[in-house]
Ligand binder design. Structure first.
Ligand SMILES: [Zn+2]
Ligand SMILES: [Zn+2]
Length: 203
């Protein structure tokens, strides 16, 4: 991939993400480095799995969107999962070999980021997409242009220890509300297969 390709991917990822922020750019850089180091291409299907270490309700969760866009490991396809540690790091796994690699985002630029116009407006509760584009791009360029060794910690390739369960195919209408429900989520009540809300069970 040359520079033009990677820049195009960055711009597409930001378009998908909805605004331009440092954390999504960090995710793009981590994703690109992970693909390159593992020698794999973007996962159009379930070839790769990504474990992101973001948690819930903290700044920087945008990181996961960068990773999703670049690696093709998405929550929708089910080949992304969370290990909620509140960190900007990802482990990317090639499922057929279980070769895996963890990459983390370093704190090098955080002082500069913290002092930026973008972050001071975020601190005032202004939504990222309501901040002027030039101020959004200031941080995008900062994270994008930094030398890789300044911003990423690339660990050694290791064997990931997991047996991958094939996904269960097929949807069946609930016998009570008739909404399509994935087979594994049907519950048996009397002689009927019903969805969880119709079953009265918690899960
Ligand atoms: Zn964002
Ligand atoms: Zn139902």
């Amino acid at each position: 991939m040359d520079m033009n390709d990677t820049k195009r991917i960055l711009l597409q990822a930001l378009e998908f993400h909805g605004h331009r922020c440092w954390a999504s750019v960090a995710g793009v850089r981590v994703g690109l480095a992970a693909l390159r180091e593992l020698g794999v291409k973007r996962s159009g299907g379930g070839q790769l799995h990504a474990v992101v270490e973001i948690g819930e309700d903290h700044g920087g969760m945008c990181f996961a969107d960068g990773v999703q866009y670049v690696t093709g490991c998405t929550l929708g396809k089910g080949n992304m999962s969370k290990q909620p540690l509140g960190k900007l790091a990802v482990t990317l796994i090639e499922k057929k070999t279980n070769r895996a690699l963890r990459i983390g985002y370093k704190p090098t630029l955080q002082k500069q980021i913290g002092e930026s116009a973008f972050m001071s407006k975020r601190g005032q509760g202004i939504e990222p997409d309501d901040i002027p584009e030039s101020e959004q791009m200031e941080l995008v360029d900062l994270v994008w242009n930094a030398p890789e060794s300044d911003v990423l910690t690339i660990e050694k390739i290791f064997q990931f220890d997991r047996d991958w369960i094939p996904e269960t195919m097929g949807f069946v209408p609930c016998a009570a509300c008739h909404e399509l429900t994935a087979r594994a989520y049907l519950r048996v009540v009397g002689d009927k297969h019903v969805c969880i809300p119709c079953s009265g069970y918690d899960r």
